[in-house]
Design a protein around this ligand. Structure first.
Ligand SMILES: [Zn+2]
Length: 408
């Protein structure tokens, strides 16, 4: 089993679970799957060398992964002495339906095991969750019909809210303004496929861990900036879930009690200063008669040289940086990942955010701050990662991937 080099191994008798040979088998299988993902196409001999597992164990695991459709045999490799091993890689015909929900619309996409988007379309949403999920499932059915040869593993849904990990019911969604609702049950019934729902920031971090590889990074925070500000914390190599799955709601910590009203009902939360909605508000304050716009239009205006748009984005960037201070002080990440549409204008945001953080670093190097894949793509890949993680039958949550190759 895994040893935590930074922590005490604590045996909690309330959560006692003995390691069985089955546990070891599942962990080894996960490690082999991740080695294939990282180094495909790869031969069985190289998998044995890289993992330290015996040749016969590797062959058994690879056969199992092929049988379960995760992996496929492909081209022949070449060796100097004429032997030609069969290479294996991920099965690109295995896909997930990924859904990214925003207050007014949802993106639906087919994403393959390598994190590639194969198709994508938009569904408008209403203020009623049942209506909205009907529109989304109609969109899924249409998309499925366009790709009849793909095998769909499941459906991953990323949304700006919190899902109780025990019940998988939506329990907190201040920007969607949806009442408590069983999305999972409705979509499973309509689609006949397993459904996993997760907070958008968590899904984005999972996408980075799965598809971009963060081997060796044990302490990171992902900040998802959209209509609100969501965060997900990776501490000591584990995703922090918290009581009721509510850990990481830094976006709803008050930074100015006299600030504007937040969707959560309080005043002056971090997200009313650092979100894309806040940037639009800053712009309206500077240009009261300016057109009411979407955030993307604000980005375009700034690029066209509009000084008010540039100023509004700079103010948003400053507030994102200021909010990161509380994150840095509380969990001390080595890496901070920022996700959202603003990453396409990183030349504006990056320097301002870094300056705000640099000024308050207490000791040591400041954390590395970098953007994730552009905007919605990160969330859609995250929604797909939810399916592939759970589907891979992991015994531990996502960070196992980041650490798996080390414990091999
Ligand atoms: Zn709030």
């Amino acid at each position: 089993m895994r040893h935590d080099k930074h922590g005490i191994r604590r045996i909690d008798l309330a959560e006692m679970q003995l390691a069985s040979s089955e546990t070891a088998r599942v962990i080894n299988r996960d490690i082999v799957l991740e080695l294939i993902r990282a180094s495909q196409p790869i031969s069985r001999a190289d998998l044995a060398r890289r993992s330290g597992l015996g040749r016969s164990t590797i062959s058994q695991i690879v056969e199992q992964l092929i049988g379960e459709n995760w992996v496929r045999e492909g081209a022949m490799g070449s060796l100097p002495r004429g032997r030609r091993p069969t290479m294996v890689g991920l099965n690109e015909d295995l896909v997930a339906i990924a859904v990214d929900i925003h207050p007014k619309q949802a993106s639906v996409a087919l994403v393959d095991l390598n994190g590639r988007l194969l198709s994508r379309s938009l569904a408008p949403l209403t203020s009623d969750p049942a209506d909205s999920m009907r529109l989304i499932t109609d969109c899924m059915h249409r998309m499925h019909r366009t790709a009849p040869r793909k095998s769909i593993k499941g459906i991953g849904i990323s949304l700006p809210g919190r899902v109780n990990p025990a019940t998988q019911r939506l329990i907190f969604a201040p920007n969607l303004k949806w009442p408590e609702f069983d999305i999972k049950k409705m979509v499973e019934t309509r689609m006949g496929l397993p459904v996993v729902i997760e907070n958008d920031a968590t899904a984005c971090l999972l996408a980075e861990l799965t598809f971009s590889r963060m081997d060796g990074i044990r302490d990171a925070v992902l900040v998802a900036v959209a209509e609100g500000v969501g965060t997900c914390v990776l501490a000591n190599g584990q995703l922090v879930v918290g009581h009721n799955g509510m850990a990481g709601e830094f976006g709803h910590i008050t930074v100015d009690p006299n600030g504007p009203r937040c969707g959560c009902g309080k005043n002056g939360c971090w997200e009313v200063f650092g979100s894309c909605r806040a940037a639009l508000r800053y712009y309206r304050e500077l240009r009261p008669k300016g057109p009411v716009m979407a955030f993307q239009e604000l980005l375009n205006l700034a690029e066209e040289g509009d000084p008010a748009a540039a100023q509004a984005l700079a103010t948003q960037a400053m507030w994102i940086g200021r909010g990161l201070r509380m994150l840095i002080a509380s969990v001390s990440p080595s890496t901070i990942l920022i996700a959202g549409d603003l990453t396409s204008a990183w030349h504006r945001f990056g320097p301002v955010i870094e300056k705000e953080v640099r000024d308050v670093t207490l000791a040591g190097d400041p954390p590395l701050i970098r953007p994730t894949h552009e905007g919605e793509i990160a969330r859609l890949r995250g929604a797909a990662a939810l399916v592939f993680q759970r589907g891979a039958n992991r015994t531990t949550s996502a960070p196992a991937i980041a650490n798996a190759t080390k414990s091999a």
